[in-house]
Design a protein around this ligand. Sequence first.
Ligand code: ASP
Length: 422
Amino acid sequence: MQEHQPPRGLFGHWQSIPLYLRILAGVGLGVLVGLAAGSNAAVLEIPSKLVLRLMGALASPLILIAVVQALMHAQIPRGSGFRLVSLLILNTLFAICVGLLVANVVQPGRWTTLKVSETEKVDAKKAPDLMAQFLDNIPKSVLGPLGDEGKVISVILLAMTFGIALRQVKDVPVRSVADLVEVSFRVLIIILHWIIEVIPLAVFGIVASIIGRDGFAAFQGLAVFVVAVLIALLIQMVYYLVRIRFGSWVRPFDVLWHMRDALVMAFSTASSTVTMPVTYAALRERVGLRERSASLGALVGANFNNDGTALYEAMAALFISQMIGVNLSLTQQLLVVLTSVAASVGAAGIPEAGIVTMTLVFNAVGLPISYIPILLAVDWFLDRCRTAVNVMGDVNVSCLLDGKIREEIVSNQTDAELTLLS
Ligand code: ASP
């Protein structure tokens, strides 16, 4: 791997500022420019459309490779698979139901008076053709341009993107299929990081254009959305603790206390994968779970178990549908549940993965993805919160797998029996 270079030049210094501060700067600047430029700020939407398009293109391969990689490396002892899978599915379904319930009760999207369909029509008329043509050349999917789309510029853009990304891993030896999958995953993550670099600019543009067009109306709803998501995540946390209380030997408040480092780390890194070793070590050494339960929940489960992400994606879909005045029927909400499960399973445990896979949930129920960028303004914060819940979900599964009898007691009994026998 490359040595970390100190930042150079203005761009280097900009990059050395934490992402959330850059996003906040984008929000602040966007508000000022939106107020000053009014409806002229509409053109500033371009970077957010670009980010969205790129995220959409990356979503499917990222899910594919993440799931393939997780399945290839998962070491599930015989007989544990069914229990693990049923625990994961139950928790994720519960999370999504909590999310949908809170979103239906709080109705965060109704707090805004944004007339989206009309403004969208106006925008479509005003939008310069040049922009549409430009965006048309950004691939909608990674494999699309290689199929029958026949867009040469898209193919060249893809080749350039992968070519430059592959330069960073070109010396990594590929000796096995596992290596190949690993390298593909690394390349996708490199590209995702490039997209993440553009997020502050996208946030600036989308905030400026929305403020310029509708004032603060959309953000009123966004504030309520943040509160609603926090309430739902809190309910999910309580659910975990109750399950731990009745389904394992571990005491719920002890587990919170022992897992404090992992939870704080999840919040500060917004990555459950980066937190994984800390989660595992704390489960083993502080909570005192068996090796098997800790590794199944924290190492295997962490790859598939993203309840916080599932809850968030379902709530976001409902929020945007409420905001634009589209009523999602029960069947559509069910579709949201199913696609959110799939999207959360495929979301890699890295920052912003949830918002990448969210494009798939929106597409599945026919919601316009053009409103996802609004969420970018608050996603840096909600990502951290849902990552903490994702980690707590792994902890929950590990504790439940460990059962109602502590290992120490079992081994102590064995020791006592051995002493008696000797
Ligand atoms: N950041 C989350 C995680 O690492 C994934 C997401 O974006 O929802 O678990």
